[in-house]
Design a protein around this ligand. Structure first.
Ligand code: DQA
Length: 149
């Protein structure tokens, strides 16, 4: 089985580092890509790390992950709370999905408490800043190991 995991990031996450640092911290998306790559190396996984501001691109990548990868980690950003299209793509996906958010969405405005992505996710990790990516890679490696057993 492939050990490739897609890590898909949604809108405005390209601005990390400068965007509302009191909420999202100083870490840039490039820093997160490096952290995720190192975590994947340690877990014996390889990752394909992507970001788009466009809903359709995210849907296409979810479909691609379902065909080509063993698992999918997604930070849907704002689309988490609005996108039936992303939820449908994830529900159609053949691979395990882990949802991540840098911030604790349940501690924030009420409109962030609902996630369409959660309906399709095996689990959700939020509120630990950039560490959510490391935690998700660890969780994904355990899921994929147990699938092999
Ligand atoms: C986010 C939380 C979302 O509510 C928000 O729209 C984002 C980032 C997070 O990582 O904390 O853009 O997904």
């Amino acid at each position: 089985m492939s050990n490739l995991v897609f890590v898909i990031n949604g809108p405005n996450l390209n601005l990390l580092g400068g965007r509302e640092p009191e909420i999202y911290g100083q870490t840039t998306l490039d820093d997160i890509r490096q952290i995720a790559t190192d975590s994947a190396d340690s877990a014996g996984l390889s990752i394909d790390f992507r970001q788009s501001n466009e809903e359709g691109a995210l849907v296409d990548w979810i479909q691609e992950a379902s065909r080509d990868a063993a698992g999918l980690i997604i930070n849907g950003a704002g689309y988490t709370h609005t996108s039936v299209a992303i939820m449908d793509a994830l529900l159609a996906s053949a691979v395990p999905v882990i949802e991540v958010h840098l911030s604790n969405i349940y501690k924030r405005e009420e409109f962030r408490h609902h996630s369409y992505i959660s309906r399709a996710a095996q689990g959700v990790i939020c509120g630990f800043g950039a560490d959510v990516y490391t935690l998700a890679i660890l969780a994904m490696s355990k899921l994929l190991e147990s699938d092999k057993a």
